[in-house]
Design a protein around this ligand. Structure first.
Ligand code: AMP
Ligand code: TRP
Length: 336
């Protein structure tokens, strides 16, 4: 049996990944690289559809890649690379764009949301065709499965439609991929507003735990997390969202059952629960932080790893692109 091909990508749009990214995506990707032929891409070409600064973007691209390696993505097992290093993404996106309806792209809810937020001035053609580039990312690798969050469901559906459309017009070319969306993905909530998902775009920074933050910053945020007045340590998402979130994080990071943790803290105060969580979070973050710093301290080695990833990615992507060119009647052989 050949392993399923897995492809996923993340935008380098922040200085550090946060606990939600770690629990909801990263740990999953690390697991999946054992079961599949996994390809992970830092999608910096997607990132320039939102506001960005060139130097900051370059730094964030490397920091994102470093954090993935530090958390356990093994560049020998998986292919890890930066999107802009593989020209085939943009080349296939152009072709797929000619097969995407204007109305079809206009129905993407992420585009509708973002264009409304950005306003007419900042809404570009690139933002509009963002999902077409994403389809190209996936189809270039003939991916079977695409592990993503729930918000990407509609983009995966468009990718499938484009693959089927191409195949029926020009002959079997692309694998039609499936979304791999964890049903009960462990959700992490904001420490200050525990009914909302932990997110880098939250109104206040105090509820966000970043992997690369210094230990004392993380500690302060956990100790100041919102709880409630009844003083009882138990899970009740409706009535006690703050305490339930702290218990949930504790459980998912230690791999211990919720009941066990509740029993451990029974009859004790919220202060104890928070102190325990500070240790658990630090035990998770500290090694990732150290390894990330090490990797960023040796740019030559990091660039070498990414160059090697790009080379392996390009070889596979170019093979698909060649087939596509052949199918649609572009001369092949002359071009590299
Ligand atoms: P984002 O930073 O929103 O682009 O998210 C990147 C990935 O991290 C998504 O695919 C989600 O699966 C995951 N993620 C983000 N925030 C959370 C959260 N609060 N809880 C669980 N998973 C999350
Ligand atoms: N759009 C995805 C997101 O915002 C990122 C992404 C780009 C992606 N290309 C991809 C995810 C290909 C999976 C596969 O999260």
């Amino acid at each position: 049996m050949t392993k399923p091909v897995l492809f996923s990508g993340m935008q380098p749009s922040s200085d550090s990944l946060h606990l939600g990214n770690y629990v909801g995506a990263l740990t999953n990707w690390v697991k999946l690289q054992e079961e599949g032929d996994a390809i992970y891409c830092v999608v910096n070409q997607h990132a320039i559809t939102s506001k960005f600064e060139p130097e900051q973007l370059r730094e964030r691209t490397l920091t994102t890649a470093a954090q993935y390696i530090a958390a356990g993505i093994d560049p020998d097992k998986s292919i890890l690379y930066v999107q802009s290093d593989v020209p085939a993404h943009a080349q296939l996106a152009w072709i797929l764009g000619t097969m995407t309806g204007f109305g079809e792209a206009g129905r993407m809810t992420q585009f509708k949301d973002k264009s409304q937020r950005f306003g007419a001035e900042a809404t570009t053609v690139g933002l509009f065709t963002y999902p077409v580039l994403m389809a190209a990312d996936i189809l270039l690798f003939q991916a079977d499965q695409v592990p993503v969050g729930d918000d990407q469901r509609q983009h995966i559906e468009l990718t499938r439609t484009l693959a089927e459309r191409f195949n029926s017009r020009y002959g079997e070319t692309f694998t039609v991929p499936e979304g791999f969306i964890p049903e009960v993905s462990a959700r992490v909530y904001d420490l200050q507003e525990p009914t909302a998902k932990m997110s880098k775009s939250a109104a206040s920074d105090a509820g966000l735990l970043r992997i690369l933050d210094p230990a004392n910053v993380t500690k302060k945020k956990i100790m100041r997390a919102v709880t409630d007045a009844d003083g009882e340590i138990r899970v009740d998402r409706e009535a006690k969202p703050g305490v339930s979130n702290l218990l949930g994080i504790h459980s998912v990071l230690t791999g211990r059952a919720l009941d066990e943790i509740v029993a451990e803290y029974e009859g004790r105060g919220y202060g104890d629960l928070k102190k325990g969580l500070v240790e658990v979070v630090e035990a998770t973050f500290a090694p990732i932080r150290e390894r990330t710093e090490e990797l960023l301290g040796d740019r030559g080695e990091l660039m070498r790893l990414l160059a090697q990833g790009a080379e392996r990615a390009a070889e596979r992507a170019d093979a698909t692109l060649r087939l596509v060119h052949e199918r649609i009647g572009f001369p092949i052989g002359a071009a590299r």
